[in-house]
Design a protein around this ligand. Sequence first.
Ligand SMILES: [Zn+2]
Ligand SMILES: [Zn+2]
Ligand SMILES: [Zn+2]
Ligand SMILES: [Zn+2]
Ligand SMILES: [Zn+2]
Length: 359
Amino acid sequence: MADALSEDDILEAVARHVGRPGQGPQLRRTGADITRLPMLDLCIVRCMEARTTRPESRPGTYDTSERAEYEGDLRDHPVDPPKDPEVSRTVELVLRGSVRTVPCGCDGGRQPCSRCRAGGRLRCDVGPVCPACEGVEPCTWCDGTGERRKDRAPSESAREKSAAGRTACVKCRKPRTACPECRGWGAKRCPKCDDTGFRVCPVCSGERSTAHDPCDGTGLVTLWTGGSVGQAPDRSSLRLPAPAPPLRFRQQAGRAGAWQRVTLGSAGAPLPDGLDPAHLTAVESALTSRRGEVARRVDIGWLQSAAVTIPDDPDHVFYVFPGRDGPEVVPIWSRRRSLRVAAVVAGVVVLVLLMVALV
Ligand SMILES: [Zn+2]
Ligand SMILES: [Zn+2]
Ligand SMILES: [Zn+2]
Ligand SMILES: [Zn+2]
Ligand SMILES: [Zn+2]
């Protein structure tokens, strides 16, 4: 079986790796040490469900027939979990017998217009002063009054202005006397209110009221008790052993290891036989059913690997795992070697610092 390397298999794989094929038994005699290193990779996706009820309402006469009904306590109503526990969804239900359409309580679907305070019109500015003549001498002959002002002789500057650009005055009808912009008015007419000082309210178009929002202007609302069943995935995982073995070994074993895999579809499903006894407690606790859980999918993978040390090569730990074509070996520097290298590096740094200090 791919997941059960014997001690002989393991030692022979190391012997071959160090260039001594066939000398597995000899490694054992010279004091090789084998530590079993069962690995486990477990992912669990739970479908978690939450149920709530609340009063609901819609404007007018509303058809709830597209929603399924429930009776009595929402907790007792059967709702299937999604086939795939990764799927998120919400099922909306209606309490049987709770739907009723009632008067809104407003005034026939209308509410007073808030913009004009039910007045139907808004105050408006009258025409602003003419920007060209600023209301001063809109007409050089009548001054915007329509009659010759006898107490007031036109100034020299006004006479000069009168020559160019002036137009016929709408008040006194004299040609070439009026400001071309306002034609003698002295102001521009307000286009919104035609200088009346009031304009029609744009919100209610002068009707003093608008449609009541909660009933959409119908005067009716439909009420019912709604039940909501929400289902959403919750993911967690478990990786053993802890603390994790060296990264390079984990990567290589993850890629090339002959992992055994099983998918469990329910909370009561029995665990696979091949799991290492040392992992059972952690696995069982990771798989404990949670409050609100209605479905799950569990993917479990496991690989029986080992860490081997041999007295002949104290600088390495040989990690052995079952690959697809027999055992594979990943040599990793031993702690002893790592410490020695660190010490050498530190020594070099000290030397360099000394030399720098001496120069
Ligand atoms: Zn003007
Ligand atoms: Zn005039
Ligand atoms: Zn106006
Ligand atoms: Zn209004
Ligand atoms: Zn209403």
